[in-house]
Design a protein around this ligand. Structure first.
Ligand SMILES: Cc1cc2nc3c(=O)[nH]c(=O)nc-3n(C[C@H](O)[C@H](O)[C@H](O)COP(=O)(O)O)c2cc1C
Length: 240
């Protein structure tokens, strides 16, 4: 970790309620991952202003419930989406994952959730020296898709994505828009060529989902597969 990362700690004007720009040492996470300490890993999640708050909430719920460490960054329009679609006013564990926050392990789980202000491009996830096991942008707007495709690093979400690519770690981009413009398609191509996986929320119906939750789980299960995180969500085709 560079001294520039330490220097900005706690001095971020854009930090909202619950957001912290603390330094998370990799060694901390084994003690803070009670469920499966040997298997606990560290992920970065970005939420931007595209429809699909439930995808992000479900992904966070599963990663945190398994004891993984999650570094979360939410764009301004991501915050608006979380409010519009889920009534979330404050970015914290209780609002994002109410089931986990009410559970017996809530205090342990909350220690594994690091929420970084999007304005803080000096947060730990902006540095390649901060080791992690992959980043997911879910949902990803066309604006963030374009910013990532052009190498933009003026906000933390895009900077963290750029760093994930340059360090050759998994970057999973759950872009949501339809129909697609040629600009979106070209931005996807650029990111895919740079090593990202474009994983648009695009549910299959061959498992005959009965609820919206099952449709959400289909996409989240695909993301977890890409992160190599075990899960029991219904995503797999099993022929008779
Ligand atoms: C309610 C609402 C829904 C939106 N849904 C989408 C969407 O599904 N896909 C998209 O690309 N942009 C969508 N937008 C527009 C983006 O939020 C907007 O382009 C914004 O600048 C994205 O910024 P960000 O990527 O920094 O979050 C939506 C905006 C609002 C207010």
């Amino acid at each position: 970790m560079g001294s520039w990362e330490k220097g900005v700690k706690g001095r971020i004007a854009g930090a909202g309620p619950g957001e912290r720009s603390g330094v998370a040492k990799r060694s901390d996470r084994t003690t803070a991952s009670p469920t499966h300490p040997a298997l606990a890993r560290r992920f970065v999640v970005g939420i931007s202003g595209a429809s699909g708050a439930w995808y992000a909430q479900r992904l966070l719920e599963i990663l945190l419930s398994q004891g993984h460490e999650v570094h979360l960054v939410v764009s301004d329009y991501g915050k608006r989406l979380l409010f519009d679609e889920s009534g979330i006013k404050t970015i914290d564990l209780a609002s994002l994952c109410p089931k986990l926050a009410k559970g017996a392990k809530a205090s342990e789980i909350s220690k594994n959730l690091f929420i970084h202000p999007n304005k803080d491009v000096g947060a730990v996830i902006a540095s390649g020296s901060f080791l992690h096991d992959g980043m997911v942008v879910i949902p990803c707007s066309s604006a963030s898709l374009g910013a990532m495709a052009t190498g933009g690093g003026s906000n933390l979400l895009c900077r963290a994505a750029m760093v994930t690519l340059k360090e050759r770690r998994p970057l999973i981009v759950c872009h949501r828009e339809m129909p697609l413009s040629l600009i979106d398609i070209r931005n996807m191509e650029t990111l895919a060529l740079a090593g990202a996986t474009i994983c648009s929320p695009n549910p299959g119906f061959y498992l005959l989902p009965k609820t919206v939750e099952e449709i959400v789980d289909f996409t989240v299960g695909k993301v977890l597969d890409l992160l190599k995180v075990e899960h029991g969500l219904k995503t797999r085709w099993e022929s008779d």
